[in-house]
Design a protein around this ligand. Structure first.
Ligand code: NI
Length: 139
């Protein structure tokens, strides 16, 4: 088994808040991410896939194919968008890094399989200091 990772970046806006709470309570729990007038992050996304090396190519997967999958299923939907209101796969979810990483996994799992690999990890950095990793439902 070998693992390979593609790094991508995107910019998106969000707000973390519970609508039933006032701004002070939201600020207390969600900090600056509760700003009522939104704010953006420069997200960094690492998608790691696993499998065996194809003896015909020496590749686990063609990274161009992986890049195209991430572009189509993730970046076109989130880049320069408002995660709370414009991203179909985040509808009805809190726009946290945790939920975003899980949703990105769910978006990518099948397309990655179709290019001949298995999804291993979705790692998402919201800032240089904070990141989340998701390894699928049973991990
Ligand atoms: Ni934020």
């Amino acid at each position: 088994m070998i693992y390979i990772t593609r790094r991508e970046t995107f910019n998106a806006a969000h707000r973390l808040f519970k609508p039933e709470w006032d701004d002070d309570r939201n600020l207390e729990v969600f900090g600056k991410c509760s700003n009522p007038q939104w704010h953006g992050h420069n997200y960094v996304l690492y998608v790691t896939v696993k499998g065996e090396v194809n003896p015909d190519t020496g590749f686990l997967v063609n990274l161009k194919d992986l890049s195209l999958v991430i572009q189509k299923y993730i970046l076109e939907k989130v880049d320069h968008k408002n995660i709370n209101i414009e991203v179909d796969f985040m509808a009805g979810k809190y726009a946290s890094s945790e939920n975003l990483a899980i949703a990105i996994w769910e978006q990518l799992e099948e397309p990655v399989r179709q290019i001949g690999a298995a999804l291993h990890c979705v790692k998402l950095l919201e800032t240089e200091k904070n990141s989340v990793e998701y390894y699928g439902k049973n991990n």
